[in-house]
Design a protein. Structure first.
Length: 164
């Protein structure tokens, strides 16, 4: 009988941690961004500061905008681009927050469009490994892991139709 790893002996897997999220809007463009934080009645996540990364069509990749967003404080996208955003990333989530990348409610984000219309939004977790001292606090996390910083897991909010 061939022995398949995991068939009789469990291989323990632990979820990757979300260190950020990528947002892609189809339809209406994003005009306001509100991240979770005490100012909107949600718990503070880590240091409550997050990095806004913008998609550069010419380069075909994201770049740090140099803007730090504060959890709970609404950011007006029109300060950067009056036409709104189709794609952006929020990075810099403290690993100590241990946000489960498979939980679409782990990082609730308020988004408003710049014009009326239907918005189809996709949210993808940007993955990272927990720091060693945090992984050690969870003994069951010593299982097999792939190098996660280069992987992304899709966590779709579905075909939400939001109209204004």
């Amino acid at each position: 009988m061939k022995h398949d790893p995991g068939l009789f002996d469990p291989i323990w897997f632990d979820p990757d941690w979300a260190s950020g999220y990528e947002y892609a809007a189809d339809g209406a463009r994003i005009g306001l961004i509100t991240l979770p934080g005490p100012a909107v009645g949600m718990p503070q996540i880590g240091d409550n500061l997050f990095d806004l990364w913008l998609y550069d069509d010419l380069v075909g990749d994201y770049a740090d905008s140099g803007i730090d967003l504060v959890g709970g404080i609404t950011f007006e996208v029109g300060l950067l681009d009056p036409s709104g955003l189709e794609r952006f990333q929020i990075r810099g989530i403290d690993a100590s927050a241990m946000l489960d990348s498979d939980d679409p409610t782990a990082f609730p984000t308020g988004l408003s469009t710049i014009e009326p219309g239907i918005l189809r939004l996709t949210q993808r977790a940007l993955l990272s490994e927990p720091p060693t001292h945090l992984a050690a606090a969870r003994p069951w996390s010593a299982g097999v892991r792939a190098p996660a910083p280069t992987r992304e897991k899709h966590s779709s909010l579905g075909d939400n139709k939001l109209s204004h």
